[in-house]
Design a protein around this ligand. Structure first.
Ligand code: SF4
Ligand code: SF4
Length: 371
C-alpha cells in the first residue's frame, strides 16, 4: 500500500461520455491532470459503463504511463462467474483488457450476505488468494453493501482481507439503514484500512437542501462537495476516498482541496453537525431504531430499516434508496408481507402507526416495474 501517494482516488465509473461511448480525449486529460497533481489511485470494475471503463483504463492510462506510475484496483463481480473454474479466465481477461500484468488491489465486489454465500460456494476467495500468491494481485479486499453484522462475519472468516470498501458520507454516517458508522467501526475493530465510496452520496451532497447549503457556503472555505469528501477523508483509518468524477472541472475542484489535504477543523465539524441536524429535522418517521418491534413480528419485517431507508430517500431524493430496501428485504419480509397483526405497534415506544407506514414503504419501493 506504500505505492499509494495520496488519499484521494479516481473512480472510473462515471467517466465523461459522448453518447454511448467514453469521451476518451476528455478522460485522457483528466488522467494527465490527476497524475500531474500527484495522485495515482484508479478504481474500476468490469461492469462499469458496460465494460468500457476497463477499456478506458488501457486507452487512457496503462498504454500511456509506466506501471509504477499508478495504483489500479479491479474487482471480481458475481455476474461474471458461474463456477470456480470461470474465475481465472475472467481475471486474466480483465488484466488483458486493462493492459496490465497485475492489479494492485483486487476486491470481491459488492459483498452482502447472499453474494458472500455465492462466492464461498465457488471458492472465490480461495481462488483469488492463490492469484495473490502468484503475484498477480498485490492486495486482496472486498467492497461491501450490507449490515455490519455481515461484515463482521466476513472479516472473521477471512482475516486475509486487507482492505474494505464501504459507502460512507456525513448524511448517512449515523443512518440505521446504511449503517456506515457501524461498518466503519467493524473495519476499525479488525484493523482494516477503509476505502470510501459515495462520499458525496452519488452527487446528492452537492445538491443540498437550501438551509444546509447555506451553512456550508457561509464558511467560505470551498465547494459544498469539498466538505463531504474531506469529512470522509478526515476519519482515522481511511486509506482512500473515491470520487467518480465526470468532468475536468470536478476533478480540478477536488484536487484544489485534496492536494494539500487538511482534515476538517472544529468550525467545519460544527457546520457539518448543523447540516446533519437539518437532515435529521427532515425525518418524517420518528423511529429511533430501538428494534423493540422486530422480535415479535411473525413476518420478520426489518421495520426500522425500512423506515430509515424511506427517510433517507425523502432527504436526498436522487439517492439509490431502492437498492438498500432490496438489501434489507434479503434479511426478512417485504413491507407488503405485513399481515397487520399489530404486535409491533403494541411495543413501539414512539407509538408509531407501523402498519400504515409500511404501506407507504411498500408503495415507494415495491412499485411494479414499468413495461
Ligand atoms: S403488524 Fe405487520 S409489521 Fe407489525 S408485527 Fe404484524 S406483521 Fe409484523
Ligand atoms: S419499536 Fe417503534 S421506534 Fe422502535 S424500531 Fe420499531 S418502529 Fe422504530
Amino acid at each position: 500500500m506504500e505505492k499509494i501517494k495520496r488519499n484521494f482516488g479516481f473512480g472510473y465509473m462515471r467517466l465523461p461520455m459522448q453518447g454511448e461511448e467514453v469521451d476518451l480525449e476528455q478522460t485522457r486529460k483528466m488522467v494527465d491532470t490527476f497524475l500531474d497533481a500527484g495522485f495515482n489511485y484508479f478504481d474500476t470494475a468490469h461492469g462499469y459503463l458496460q465494460g468500457k471503463s476497463e477499456e478506458a483504463i488501457k486507452t487512457c492510462l496503462s498504454s500511456r504511463y509506466p506501471r509504477e506510475a499508478y495504483v489500479l484496483t479491479d474487482k471480481l463481480t458475481m455476474a461474471y462467474f458461474k463456477k470456480q473454474e470461470d474465475i481465472r479466465p475472467f481475471f486474466e481477461s480483465q488484466l488483458e483488457i486493462c493492459g496490465v500484468d497485475y492489479f494492485d488491489f483486487y476486491l470481491m465486489h459488492s459483498q452482502n450476505a447472499e453474494i458472500f454465500k455465492y462466492f464461498k460456494e465457488r471458492r472465490a476467495y480461495e481462488t483469488v488468494l492463490e492469484l495473490k500468491k502468484e503475484g498477480k494481485i498485490r492486495h486482496f479486499g472486498i467492497s461491501f453493501h450490507d449490515r455490519a453484522e455481515v461484515l463482521e462475519q466476513i472479516l472473521t472468516e477471512y482475516p486475509q482481507i486487507e482492505v474494505v470498501q464501504i459507502q460512507l458520507n456525513y448524511a448517512d454516517f449515523d443512518d440505521p439503514a446504511v449503517q456506515s458508522r457501524k461498518c466503519y467501526e467493524v473495519c476499525r475493530k479488525h484493523d482494516k484500512p477503509v476505502i470510501v465510496m459515495e462520499p458525496v452520496k452519488g452527487g446528492n451532497l452537492v445538491n443540498l437542501p437550501e438551509a444546509a447549503k447555506k451553512v456550508l457556503e457561509d464558511l467560505h472555505g470551498g465547494s459544498v462537495a469539498s466538505y463531504a469528501i474531506r469529512f470522509a477523508a478526515s476519519l482515522p483509518g481511511i486509506l482512500m476516498v473515491l470520487s467518480g468524477m465526470s468532468t475536468l472541472e470536478q476533478m480540478q475542484d477536488n484536487i484544489s482541496y485534496m492536494q494539500d489535504f487538511k482534515p476538517l477543523n472544529e468550525t467545519e465539524l460544527t457546520a457539518i453537525a448543523k447540516v446533519q441536524e437539518i437532515f435529521h429535522s427532515m425525518h418524517l418517521i420518528p423511529c429511533t431504531a430501538c428494534r423493540y418491534c422486530t422480535d415479535g413480528c411473525p413476518q420478520q419485517i426489518p421495520i426500522p430499516d425500512y423506515f430509515a431507508t424511506l427517510n433517507a430517500k425523502k432527504v436526498t431524493p436522487g439517492w439509490n434508496a431502492a437498492s438498500y430496501y432490496n438489501v434489507h428485504a434479503l434479511h426478512g419480509g417485504k413491507a407488503s408481507d405485513c399481515v397487520k397483526c399489530g404486535a409491533c405497534e403494541e411495543v413501539c415506544p414512539q407509538h408509531l402507526p407501523i402498519r400504515e407506514l409500511l404501506e407507504q414503504v411498500a408503495a415507494e419501493f415495491e412499485k411494479p416495474k414499468e413495461s
